[in-house]
Design a protein around this ligand. Structure first.
Ligand SMILES: [Zn+2]
Length: 257
């Protein structure tokens, strides 16, 4: 069984004591690739070091996370832009708008998001979108831009079935993580309704660990629980879920195996 974790922050200090073990457990669980989204200007170095150390399995992305956008956002964009001009990044991520944690820089978040869309178009890369209390704002920005090669994923999709179809209509995939294993989760309804060809698997480690690890530090090997839950919801075989979603990830991020 091959699985791909399309979203994990394994370079964070929560993993410092056992980085190789975390990757080893993931590989043993069938995870062939782990995609690492950047957070801000301070995480670039640890992320690139991590990807260099585990270059067989780990691929970095580049962007400034919406909750990291500050007053000096122009400088932040410049840093991300300079990185993206180099090769080796599989996506512009993670980017988006977060109006849940703090609205102080909501205007700046939108400006940075629009700039990231432009960069994704320029370098022909998919966008990895973080959305919290902001789906309408994000849809509006995506619908109003005129990039021709726009594609990507809504990571940890926060919306309902109707919003999922709207995202798909815009050429985006639906990222499904640990939340799908929680009771009464909207993500489970979305998975039930949409076709597997629109779904990508992710852990968002160290956050949002799936049941039965809920509340603990998440890691890529737990992706198996997410795949199993999706198989259960869709009344399908876990191998088929793994195969289909891995193919989706390989195509979107142009992963060479
Ligand atoms: Zn993330």
């Amino acid at each position: 069984m091959q699985l791909i974790d399309t979203h994990a922050h394994l370079y964070l200090k929560q993993f410092d004591s056992e980085r190789s073990l975390v990757v080893k457990r993931a590989v043993e669980a069938g995870i062939s690739h782990i995609l690492l989204p950047n957070i801000d200007e301070n995480t670039i170095k640890p992320m690139l070091q991590f990807c260099a150390e585990f270059s067989r399995n780990c691929i970095p992305m580049m962007a400034i996370h919406p909750t990291s956008v500050r007053q000096q956002y122009r400088k932040q964009i410049e840093i991300a832009e300079e990185q993206l001009s180099k090769s080796g990044y599989c996506a512009v991520g993670e980017t988006g708008i977060d109006l849940y944690h703090d609205k102080t820089f909501s205007k700046e978040q939108s400006i940075v998001f629009e700039k990231h869309i432009e960069l994704a178009d320029r370098y022909d890369l998919p966008l990895v979108i973080h959305s919290r209390n902001s789906l309408d704002e994000i849809f509006k920005i995506l619908e109003n831009n005129n990039c021709e090669r726009l594609r990507g994923v809504f990571h940890c999709f926060p919306g309902n079935v109707e919003q999922a179809y709207r995202a798909i209509e815009l050429g985006f995939m639906i990222g499904i993580g640990g939340v799908v294993t929680y009771k009464n989760s909207m993500a489970a309804k979305v998975v039930e309704e949409i076709d597997l060809q629109h779904i990508l698997l992710e852990t968002d480690a160290p956050y949002l660990a799936p049941v039965p690890k809920r509340g603990k530090r998440n890691e890529s090997s737990y992706l198996v629980y997410i795949a199993e839950r999706i198989a259960e919801i869709k009344n399908s075989d876990v191998n088929f879920v793994a195969k289909t979603t891995s193919k989706n990830a390989i195509n979107l991020f142009k992963i060479s195996s």
